[in-house]
Design a protein. Structure first.
Length: 214
């Protein structure tokens, strides 16, 4: 089996998708699976993977849906990401750990770049200095019909700024993620999230089993 990346001594796994796709539940399943196999695991998220980043998250996820433009959103997210990479992700990878991150750069490409209309070139140019060579080895895209996902998210309540953007925004978002997966089939794996939790988990673990030397 080919190693998915030679860039990092550790392994970097990201979970992506629209709202209400069940990422939080599945990330625990991924963590338990990796721990069972005897790996060191760091579970984290964006925005908000550091204490400073948590403050940025609060700014982003609450309030009126139009409070920030997509460009302002991007700059806030990249401030969060820079700190997260410097303080959490790169140190953990350098120690050979598995880093499992709830959202990463594909979210910026999909939410701000495509659904927000900034364009992928602008996102690339802004985030390249932040990312450097630290890219995910495997990305699990939890795909769900936005109407269903938004319903789930509304029922859950809490941070609803992005959830209150239009259905058209969320449909564009879903298609953007699926396009990314089509462009990078060796990195991004589409998981149908509109099924029982156990069935979704089984699919995810099968991908990790195949793609990573866990
Ligand atoms: P969550 O749904 O995983 O809790 O993430 C919080 C929100 O942040 C989510 O609605 C999407 C948004 N977000 C972006 O818009 N761009 C990004 O790059 C990231 C990481 C998150």
């Amino acid at each position: 089996m080919d190693a998915p990346s030679v860039k990092n001594p550790g392994r970097f796994i990201t979970l992506e998708g629209g709202e209400g796709a069940g990422k939080s539940t599945q990330i625990q399943v991924v963590k338990d699976f990796l721990l069972t196999r005897g790996n060191d695991v760091v579970v984290t998220r964006e925005p908000g993977g550091t204490s400073e980043g948590q403050e940025i998250r609060n700014l982003l996820v609450s309030g009126d849906k139009d409070k920030w433009s997509p460009l302002s959103e991007t700059l806030l997210i990249l401030a969060d990401r820079a700190a997260h990479l410097e303080r959490v992700i790169r140190p953990a990878l350098a120690e050979g750990k598995y880093v499992v991150c709830d959202r990463f750069f594909d979210s910026t490409r999909a939410y701000q770049g495509v659904a927000g209309g900034l364009g992928l070139d602008v996102i690339h140019n802004l985030q390249q200095p932040v990312l450097g060579t630290t890219l995910p080895d495997v990305t699990l895209l939890l795909d769900i019909d936005p109407e269903k996902g938004l319903r789930r998210a509304q029922e859950r309540g809490g941070e609803l700024r992005f959830e209150s953007k239009t259905l058209a925004y969320h449909r564009t978002l879903r298609n953007a993620f699926l396009d990314f997966a089509a462009q990078e089939p060796d990195r991004i794996f589409v998981i149908d999230a509109d099924r029982d939790v156990e069935v979704v988990s089984a699919d995810i673990l099968a991908v990790l089993d195949e793609r990573l030397d866990v």
